[in-house]
Design a protein around this ligand. Sequence first.
Ligand SMILES: Nc1ncnc2c1ncn2[C@@H]1O[C@H](COP(=O)(O)OP(=O)(O)OP(=O)(O)O)[C@@H](O)[C@H]1O
Ligand SMILES: [Mg+2]
Length: 198
Amino acid sequence: MAIITLTQFKGGVGKTTSAVCLSTLLCERGETLLIDSDLNRSASLWARKGKLPFTVCDDREAPKLLSKGKYEYIIIDTPARPASDEIESLAKGCDLMIIPTTPDPLSLAALAQIAKVLPEGTNYRCLLTMVPPKPQKDGAEALEALERNGFPSFKRTIRRYKAYIKATDLGLSLNKVPGGGIAWSDWTTLWEELKDYV
Ligand SMILES: Nc1ncnc2c1ncn2[C@@H]1O[C@H](COP(=O)(O)OP(=O)(O)OP(=O)(O)O)[C@@H](O)[C@H]1O
Ligand SMILES: [Mg+2]
């Protein structure tokens, strides 16, 4: 079983979107449970039409579902602005922590802060999301800055596309959204890096 937790100090950086897309990716490889531990219940709202190809539950339902022992992948979506002391338990409670960040100075600064309070030895990777498509260089420059500062990061960045908004509206996974193929290809490429961790 592999447990992946998504967290960031900053809100609106793509935690829930990444949690849903990673669950979509992983459920093709094994039974996947997405635990929505954000009181906003954004992931649960996305799942409301029952069209996502994996199970979504909130943290109170999770123990019962987990007791069935059938899940190979557990993805945990968390609220923004966790307290520093929560970070430690979030880190201890997963095998891989993914820290999504948009390529703007405020999100990158929030990432640097959270990385500072992670317990020593935490297995974590930064993921750049909502990256403006080329020829804009924001994504490449942000990735370079992350690497220069020693933050372990996925080389594949997640580009910004309208298909994400459609996916939430329609309650679909990104790979089922008409015209969402290019956006989805970022996740299938990310798998080449992710598979070493799960
Ligand atoms: N790659 C993308 N391209 C375009 N829009 C995106 C992308 N990723 C996320 N979004 C949009 O950005 C907004 C914020 O994303 P999301 O809800 O995943 O962030 P979050 O970090 O979970 O936010 P919160 O802190 O409020 O929980 C949403 O409207 C989502 O649809
Ligand atoms: Mg969220």
